[in-house]
Design a protein around this ligand. Structure first.
Ligand SMILES: CC(C)(COP(=O)(O)OP(=O)(O)OC[C@H]1O[C@@H](n2cnc3c(N)ncnc32)[C@H](O)[C@@H]1OP(=O)(O)O)[C@@H](O)C(=O)NCCC(=O)NCCS
Length: 185
């Protein structure tokens, strides 16, 4: 799996999620604040196992590659992508534990995932699907040159309500390499 290793950067390091990482992944998928922000219910063991199964076959045609994010060796979040190799496209995702929100960590880390997707995985375009009310996520995408490509009205059912979805995308030619992005402390 060496070719899926993301090198450490500053105080951050990254570990590809493996089949044996059930307990660590469960810390996120059972976390109320994170799952509420994702408009999802906290997950059962079966759901977490099924998710980890999708992450565990990184050599198949379409797959999910996900990494844990560590700050000074402390687990703070995860990010990754679901690849559509046929179209050199991927859908990205990212989460942090609530204690680490809004202090610049994902602004620092997301460009690392974007660089990896374009430079190492051969992606031509990336997309992110968000709830328009998720301001942090929207700001993060716009800061990384994603543009709004489409909006769907009430296409997502959660806790008795139909919610809207926005799809943002980034083409390779509009990607700004990480070296030119200012690092947040
Ligand atoms: C979304 C998330 C990854 C953002 O990461 P983060 O490290 O908190 O974001 P940053 O601190 O780098 O902030 C990026 C920008 O968004 C702003 N921001 C972050 N959270 C915000 C919030 N809740 N409300 C308003 N603005 C917010 C920051 O002020 C910053 O703005 P600036 O660039 O003008 O200074 C994080 O909040 C999170 O894990 N949320 C739960 C999971 C989630 O929603 N994932 C995305 C699903 S689409």
């Amino acid at each position: 799996m060496k070719h899926f290793e993301i090198p450490p950067y500053s105080n951050y390091s990254f570990n590809l999620i493996q089949n044996s990482d059930f307990e660590k992944l469960a810390l996120f998928r059972r976390d109320y604040d994170i799952m509420l922000a994702l408009d999802k219910e906290v997950e059962t063991d079966e759901e977490i196992l099924s998710l980890i199964d999708q992450m565990h076959s990184p050599d198949s045609i379409n797959n999910s590659l996900w990494w844990f994010i560590y700050l000074d060796n402390v687990l703070i979040g995860n990010f990754g992508l679901k690849l559509d190799r046929r179209n050199a496209r991927a859908e990205i995702g990212y989460v942090l534990f609530k204690a680490y929100w809004k202090i610049g960590h994902m602004s620092n880390c997301l460009p690392i995932l974007l660089d990896f997707a374009f430079n190492n995985l051969g992606c031509h375009s990336l997309e992110a699907r968000i709830n328009p009310l998720n301001i942090g996520s929207k700001k993060l995408l716009l800061a990384n040159n994603f543009v709004l490509e489409g909006s769907f009205k009430e296409d997502y059912f959660y806790k008795g309500n139909f919610l809207d979805t926005q799809v943002y995308s980034l083409l390779i030619q509009n990607h700004v390499p990480r070296e030119t992005i200012q690092f947040k402390k």
